[in-house]
Design a protein. Structure first.
Length: 414
């Protein structure tokens, strides 16, 4: 299907080089002491303030350098590691569109308040400062663009794509390109790739592996660290109609024709029943209500053109819409998601949902009812009724550093 048109175009922000040690500390791959030793190896001012003995300086620095160097080979294993760590440490969130401050003077401190009250996707240094220095998250135009720069700096063959979001839209409703994600490619010449292809093909009985790019000796992975609740924690291999599961969800990639690719997630949903008004109901007959009927279905998350290159102006225009337009779903709702030690935590306005793992993924994808699915997954829900309760969740579950004088403006409410 794929033609031989070039996949990679001119890179975004070709002048910008992210601070890799700072990013590695942010995603938990370097601890605070390791980070200080690494960045201050030529100047001991900050290092001497740590609790590590200077006698171990050389040995520790050697160990830290080795740890960082392990991430530099652009391998599939490292891509998976970086993708998962991003999900576990940097939340998807659009709080910058819903903050306010009790102290008006703070808005005049550009070094602090701007990271909370504005979005500057065209400035990667600003995004890095917001994410790594102020320990905030962001949404796709911030986080996936920053992840693109990180992967490029580490030597991965990565290219950005703009996608049309279909999640929670009617199937045939046209949508704009309001999502940013990445594609990473690897040469098809390793035993690791061949073994994984067999695993994907055989994981679920009766599925046929359909993969493109074979004639070019290349395999592709979709990388998306900022789609929210339905997002995939590990990169998805670009092979069609194969269920690819992580511990929380099952996804697949399908071909919609030509070069159009769609990402879908498996859902367990209720089946609507016909309304027979002329027949007595169970309640009329004095019987208990009938058990609910559920079935599994695939729901679209987004689709994109495989060869549609992305320019910075595309990003700025789409970000302007989702962050300012009165009909934007981001402007009208608080949306957050993060994987924590407790489970996958999602927020939609005041509603909080926590998914806990208590079963194998393979069993969960075969659940035939909501009750069975909940038993295998355990989904807990609550509604925040106060500012304090909501901010406590941000500080505990999402590990965000929230200033005391900031508060949330909940959509559709005073």
């Amino acid at each position: 299907m794929y033609s031989h048109r070039p996949l990679f175009g001119k890179g975004l922000h070709s002048h910008f080089h992210p601070n890799l040690p700072k990013f590695l500390k942010r995603v938990g791959l370097l601890n605070e002491d390791e980070y200080k030793i690494f960045v201050d190896s030529d100047s001991k001012t900050e290092y001497e303030s740590t609790s590590i003995s200077s006698d171990n300086d050389e040995a520790l620095l050697t160990t830290i350098n080795a740890k960082v160097r392990e991430l530099y080979p652009p391998t599939l294993a490292n891509l998976r590691l970086l993708h998962r760590q991003f999900y576990h440490f940097i939340p998807f969130e659009n709080l910058a569109l819903h903050w306010t401050c009790d102290d008006p003077s703070i808005t005049y401190n550009p070094d602090f308040a701007s990271e909370y009250l504005t979005i500057k996707v065209s400035d990667p240094a600003f995004v890095e400062k917001k994410v790594c220095d102020h320990y905030r998250g962001g949404y796709c135009f911030e986080l996936n663009q920053y992840f693109y720069l990180i992967l490029r700096e580490l030597g991965f063959q990565v290219t950005p794509r703009m996608a049309r979001v279909k999640w929670n839209f009617p199937p045939n409703e046209p949508t704009g390109r309001t999502h940013f994600m990445n594609i990473v490619s690897f040469p098809r010449n390793s035993k690791e790739e061949d073994d994984e292809q067999i695993v994907l093909a055989q994981r679920y009985e009766g599925l046929i592996l359909k993969e493109e790019g074979r004639e070019e000796g290349v395999v592709y992975y979709l990388c998306d660290v900022s789609f929210g609740g339905p997002g995939y924690i590990e990169p998805l291999r670009l092979c069609y109609d194969v269920i690819q599961s992580t511990e929380y969800d099952a996804h697949r990639v399908v071909c919609l024709g030509d070069d159009l690719v769609e990402v879908q997630i498996a859902m367990v949903v209720p089946v609507s029943k016909p309304n027979h008004a002329d027949l007595p109901s169970n309640d009329d007959l004095g019987l208990p209500p009938p058990p609910p009927v559920f079935h599994k279905e695939w729901r679209s998350m987004y689709n994109f053109d495989f060869f549609d290159l992305v320019a910075l102006h595309d990003v700025e225009i789409s970000n302007w819409y989702i962050s300012t337009h009165p009909k934007s779903v981001f402007k009208n709702n608080i949306m957050m998601n993060m994987v924590t030690a407790e489970g996958k935590v999602s927020i939609f306005n005041r509603d909080v949902m926590l998914k806990r793992i208590i079963s194998e993924t393979r069993e969960r994808t075969k659940a035939q009812s909501i009750e069975e699915y909940d038993e295998l997954m355990r989904v807990e829900k609550k509604t925040c009724t106060t500012q304090e309760e909501f901010l406590d969740i941000l500080r505990t579950h999402y590990r965000l550093r929230i200033p005391d004088n900031f508060r949330i403006i909940f959509p559709h409410q005073p």
